[in-house]
Design a binder for this molecule. Sequence first.
Ligand code: ATP
Ligand code: MG
Length: 426
Amino acid sequence: MARIKAIRGMNDILPEQTAVWQYLEGTVKSVLDSYGYQQIRMPIVEQTDLFKRTIGEVTDIVEKEMYTFEDRNGESLTLRPEGTAGCVRAAEEHGLLYNQTQRLWYTGPMFRYERPQKGRYRQFHQIGVETFGMTGPDIDAELILLSARLWKQLGILDSVELQINTLASNEARADYKSALVDYLKTHIDSLDEESKRRLETNPLRVLDSKDAGTQSVLSDAPSLMDHIDDESKQHFDELLARLDSAGISYVVNPKLVRGLDYYCKTVFEWVTSSLGAQGTVCAGGRYDGLVEQLGGRSTPAVGFAMGVERLVLLLETLDAIPKQVSQTVDVYVTSMGEAGNQAAMGLAEQLRNDSGSLRVQLHCGGGSFKSQMKKADKSGAQFVIILGDQEVETKTAAVKDLTEGDQESVPFSELANYLDGKLTDK
Ligand code: ATP
Ligand code: MG
């Protein structure tokens, strides 16, 4: 019988990698905690209409990337392709939005039917941050500072560039759209096929085109800055001033438009040149109209999402993973002889009782001294405890330091203290 395999583009995250994932997730959580953000957890499946109404009918996601199916009642459901829509739905449904502010985050799998390649998968993971109820550029700046702090803590700040733009108000953008369409129509023969199509459906996305011919047409295209409304202009200037005074470098990229319909005013991306074509590790922006569009009361909002797989890839590519991250065991307990074998489990338990932090692995399954030492080596532990009948008799353990090679005798009662001390010295 043919063996069943995982679905294309949906990856197993194996134990060696989960250590890196947990390191990344732990660092993100501690940064978010330090700004007072709270976690929200939403379902992975929502009504299809939620995504159609928020992301936009003529976006790549809704047109061709959603995993949509009918459940047993004939209701159309979709595996979430992103988190903002569900987060807004949940926050509105539970009354978290009115006369209050919210700073929320979530994490989990997202699903898009894309062509799988490096940094692009069909099940991938995001950590998303969304804030509600704040109109000013101060909260936009906070989100950017928070992400910059995260890159700094992860040791990758020098490898990511902040690109930023404003999409202005809906009215100004509509005004600009028609100017852009008029201009592009006069050069229609020089556009790539995809851009010709987008000209009809979602003209701003033409700015995104990688096609050389289209790009050269775009170099003389009208700019959104010529159509921007005063309020959006002021918002953008104040945001940039805040970034300047916080010492955050950025590049204003007038062609940055993002693929989703719901953004207005601020949009930004953190981009790396170290991952090839899939270089955006974090992306977001302001979406003041979305709550109202879903039937709620008008609520200003801004947020972003990071791609976990791309960040893990970046950490690996830059060799930025601290050595301790992949070390999951500190002490490996081996034993020999009847008394030694009997006492080993009790000693390992005692070590866990006496120390709050030691990671102790007990050798199970018997075997020769040599094979136990091999397992100890493979475990990555720095210390191995050797427990024979004589050690049980004298209530001392032989402790071997696998990195230094030396061995000492330590009384059982002092063992946890001794190991804790040695490990914190490192
Ligand atoms: P891209 O331009 O790379 O397709 P996007 O604009 O579709 O990205 P968003 O919807 O804004 O991306 O999602 C935010 C982040 O999630 C992206 O910047 C990226 O890091 C990550 N991401 C998006 N799609 C995928 C995918 N298919 N596989 C892995 N990560 C992804
Ligand atoms: Mg995409």
